[in-house]
Structure formats: C-alpha cells, structure tokens
Design a protein around this ligand. Structure first.
Ligand code: NAP
Ligand code: MG
Length: 497
C-alpha cells in the first residue's frame, strides 16, 4: 500500500471513530448531552442512519448564552492582535484537517468528497484566515463638527456582545466558520447552531476551536431543532444579534421576533437568481458556468442561477449545450461523482413536485427528472417553454432545476431588466456579454446584492454578499460582514471647558 493511501485510510478511520460516539454540544468549553434525547443522522446517499446526535433544550441554550456572556470579558481582554492570532490559528487547523473535514462533510451531506474538499473546506479555511485580519483593523474615526466651538468628536466601534448564529444544511462548515470568525474578529462571543440534520463538521469545528486556544465559552455550539433551540436563541434577552442563513419563511419570522426587542439581525435568505446570456458572449465559457451555477451542490445553493434568459438567436444551441453538459454529469455516491443527492427525502419530494408543477403548467422537460436508487438523487433538469408566472419560476426550488426563458432583438434593456427583476427575491444575477455598456447597464439595474459579469464567481471572503427584497438584509464577508457585529458610538468632547 502506498503512503498516500495509508494516510487516507488513517483519516477515514479517524472519521469513523468520531462518528461512533453521539455528537454532543459545546457549552463553556465542555462537551455536554442535551436535555431532549438524541436523533439519528441519515446518509442522504443511502437513506440509512450513520450516527447519533444529542438534542438540546431551551435550558441548554440558556446555559450556552450565559457562558458566551461571561466569556465576553475574557475575549475582549485579549488584544486585537492576540484575537487575530487565535482566529488565524483556527483557519490553519481547518486547513491541516481538510481531508478529515471533507470526509465528514461528504458523509453528512452526501456532497462529493472532491467538492467538499475543494469548495466547502477550502472556503472555510480561507474565510477564517481572511476574517482574522479584521480583528486588528476595526476602528472608529474623528469627525470635524459643523457647529462653532472647540470640539473633539469621534466614533468608536464596539462589539455587540453575544451573537446567535443559525446555519442551514447546504454548506454547513463554511457558513458556521464565516459567521463565527466574523463575530469573533469584531470582539463578540458566539452561540452557534447548525441545522439539526448536518451537525457533524460543526461539532468537529468545536474541537478545533478549543485546540486553537480560543478560550472556553467564547464559542458555544448548541444542537437540536430550529423550532426549539433556534427559537430559544432568537427569544433570549442576552443575545444581542442573530445572524441567520436559511429559508425566507423562517427568516421573516426571525426578523419579526427580533424587532420586538430591537435585537439586531442579519438575514441571508433564498433566491431565484437570473442569468442573462447574449449571442456575443463567450459561449464556450458560459455553458459550463451557467450549468454548474444551477447544478452545483445539486442546486442547493442560495445564489443558484435558476432563471435563464437566453437570446432567441442562440436559444436552441445554448439549451442543447446545457442539456448535453447536464447529461454527462455523474450523479451518485461514488468518489468520482460530480453531483451528490439532495439533503433529504423531503427536499427530493419538494424538487420533484416543482418539476411536476412545471410540466402541468405547460413547460417542456428537456432533460433530467428522477433517478432510481435508495438515496435522494435527482438528475440535473432543464425546462423550456416556461413563463414568468409559473410556480417553478416564481418560487425557490433549491434543487438542480433550470427554467429557461428567451428574449430577442426587440427586447429593450429596460424590458429585460423588468423581466429579470420580476421576482420576490434579489440575491444574485449573472450577465454574459462582451458589450461593456450592456453589461454595466444591466449590472446597475438588476435588483440584487451581487452581479457576476462573464463569471461564475460571486462569493469570496473579500466581497460583501447578501440580498435585497425577500433575499434578506445585511451583508456577510469583507469588512461589511465584520462591522455588522459592531455598534458605532459617538463621543463628543467640549475642549473649552
Ligand atoms: P430553514 O428551516 O430556514 O432552516 C435554516 C436554519 O434555521 C436551520 O438551522 C434550522 O434548524 C433553523 N430554524 C428553523 N426554524 C427555526 C426557528 N423557528 N427559529 C430559529 N431557527 C430556526 O431551512 P430548511 O427547512 O432547512 O430548508 C427549507 C428551504 O429553505 C429550502 O428548500 C431552501 O429553499 C431554503 N434554504 C435556503 C438556504 C440559503 O442558503 N439561503 C439554505 C438552506 C435552505 P433545523 O433545521 O435544525 O430545524
Ligand atoms: Mg425548516
């Protein structure tokens, strides 16, 4: 056996061993059982249980919040440089344990190992390292006042306090790391809740947080149902801010609950992102990018490009190329698969329901649909003859389903904008054209948080990311993402006294 294989096997053994014990909560630096028993974790590639996880209660959340509150004093006593060092160390540890974390994420979510490794884990490590730098770079300003007199006025930026971070199941590790390290860089402490069905890498992250030397209680991990544990975090009077990623439905409810006590909240919600392709685009580049923009992670991406608007002149050729690309994607549980399953049977049934509703409303199925097997697989799906008021065009599917509409030379840019903006959502958009005026006119007019021009890339630790309209409020990543965990205070001094 070669060395590489032996190392891989050793990592697999470590992951298997980690999963033999029920996953527990991290509260005040100790691993504890929840008050509501345990549940099984299901492997979405087979439908079989593979591990057990403890379930927390309101009282467990209260203990976690109190621990985070106490640890706030410890965390803020450290110099910004020391905090930066500890967050940076966490990023290094994620990097050092990348194979192990990828195996764990792949096991829990079903996503192909290579993608867990290349995207999820790599992005998590990069984000921690990038966020660590903000710890030493958050500052207030001095201001020159308008009023006559001898004044010195300044702002200072202070951490909000205890942050409740609530994470969904589609990218568990990077989202947990993103929210946690941004809050830590701002000087906050954290109570972190993964989705109940995908806690595995978050629990391992908790171990790495302790290993990095981040003091006990600075990050606490609570496990359990959103309706119990999540609600308790949102309702807790000591939690100063909720940072939520997930469905618009739950996000709206959290926003309303936070408003009642003026708790801060940022909401990163769903999307129905438009992709606009002109005949002058580099189509060889656009085809794989547009295809993976909706089929990647089996469509379980908030910013997935799910509504394609393609110019009539290239409609047939472009749709055929996307379908051909889709048909050669390997869907399955094997190590070399391109796409894994949907996260759960519920999600699979939801996606199939949307495909069925499209067909019933008159859409044409170009490729895709169900595939057999015990897991929750749905083949990448392309549908044409769709129109703007179909259910599958209006609602977020969160699956690998592309809805294709067309435009032509008669369509003005303002008309195209109106059609692209005809959505409750406003997260992301892509435009493919070599015409700079067209590209920038559309970029300025699209009602979204991120526009990608001739590119599939839109999410990076440096770039503010978030939505408008029902896609949410607030930004993650970049300095904007860290500043949202701080409050500005104004200090005015009358020097004449
Ligand atoms: P969800 O219900 O919004 O769950 C997201 C997170 O919020 C999970 O950690 C969940 O916990 C928690 N949660 C649920 N109810 C809560 C409550 N009342 N108070 C506080 N926290 C609560 O999303 P989902 O049910 O997993 O997925 C449903 C749909 O949401 C998907 O089909 C998709 O359209 C959308 N979605 C969007 C994103 C995104 O990135 N924008 C991500 C995931 C899902 P538990 O899961 O443990 O109950
Ligand atoms: Mg839910």
């Amino acid at each position: 056996m070669n060395t590489e294989l032996m190392v891989k096997n050793a990592t697999q053994v470590k992951v298997d061993e980690f999963l033999t014990r029920p996953l527990r909560m991290l509260i005040d630096g100790a691993w504890v059982d929840g008050e509501h028993g345990e549940r099984e974790l299901i492997d979405p590639t087979t439908g079989a249980a593979f591990a057990r996880v403890t379930r927390g209660s309101e009282a467990n959340v209260d203990a976690a919040v109190r621990a985070a509150e106490r640890a706030g004093a410890v965390w803020r006593e450290l110099t910004p440089a020391r905090r930066a060092e500890l967050i940076h160390r966490l990023g290094e540890l994620i990097h050092e344990h990348a194979d192990e974390l990828a195996l764990l994420e792949s096991k829990n979510t079903g996503k192909p190992l290579s993608q867990a490794r290349m995207f999820d884990v790599a992005h998590a490590a990069e984000t921690a390292i990038a966020n660590s730098g903000w710890a030493t770079r958050l500052n207030g300003e001095t201001r020159d006042m308008s009023r006559p007199g001898d004044w010195h006025a300044m702002t200072i930026r202070q951490p909000l306090g205890v942050v409740g971070a609530i994470v969904p199941w589609n990218a568990p590790l990077p989202m947990a790391v993103n929210k946690t390290t941004a809050a830590l860089a701002a000087g906050c402490t954290v109570v972190l809740k993964p989705a109940e069905i995908t806690p595995a890498t978050t629990v391992r992250l908790g171990e790495l947080i302790l290993e990095a030397g981040i003091p006990a209680g600075v990050v606490n991990i609570v496990l359990g149902a959103g309706s119990v544990v999540g609600e308790a975090m949102v309702q807790h009077p000591t939690v100063a801010k909720i940072s939520f990623t997930g469905s618009t439905e739950v996000g709206v409810r959290i926003g309303q609950a936070c408003a009642a006590s003026m708790k801060k909240c940022s909401l990163e919600l769903g999307g129905k992102s438009p992709v606009i392709v002109f005949p002058d685009a580099n189509l060889a580049k656009a085809v794989p990018a547009v295809a993976m923009g909706i089929f990647g992670n089996s469509g379980q991406v908030c910013a997935a490009g799910s509504r394609l608007f393609v110019h009539q002149a290239i409609h047939e050729e472009f749709v055929a190329a996307i379908a051909q690309f889709a048909n050669q994607l390997r869907v399955g549980a094997a190590g070399d698969a391109d796409l894994g399953p949907l996260i759960s049977d519920t999600q699979k049934q939801t996606v199939l329901g949307y495909i069925e509703s499209g067909i019933q409303e008159g859409a044409t199925l170009v490729c895709g649909g169900d595939i057999t097997g015990p897991g929750y697989f749905v083949r990448p799906t392309v549908m044409t003859d769709v129109h703007a008021d179909m259910k599958m065009v209006r609602e977020e599917i969160f699956g690998p389903v592309l809805a294709v509409q067309t435009f032509d030379d008669e369509t003005s840019l303002s008309e195209l904008l109106a059609r692209a903006n005809d959505s409750d959502y406003g997260l992301s958009a892509s435009v493919w054209t070599r015409d700079i005026s067209t590209a920038l006119t559309l970029a300025r007019g699209l009602e979204v948080g991120t526009v990608r021009l001739n590119s599939a890339v839109g999410i990076d630790p440096a770039l503010p990311f978030g939505g408008v309209k029902m896609s949410g409020t607030g930004r993650e990543n970049g300095i904007e993402g860290v500043e949202q965990f701080t409050e500005i205070k104004t200090i005015v001094i009358d020097l004449s006294s």
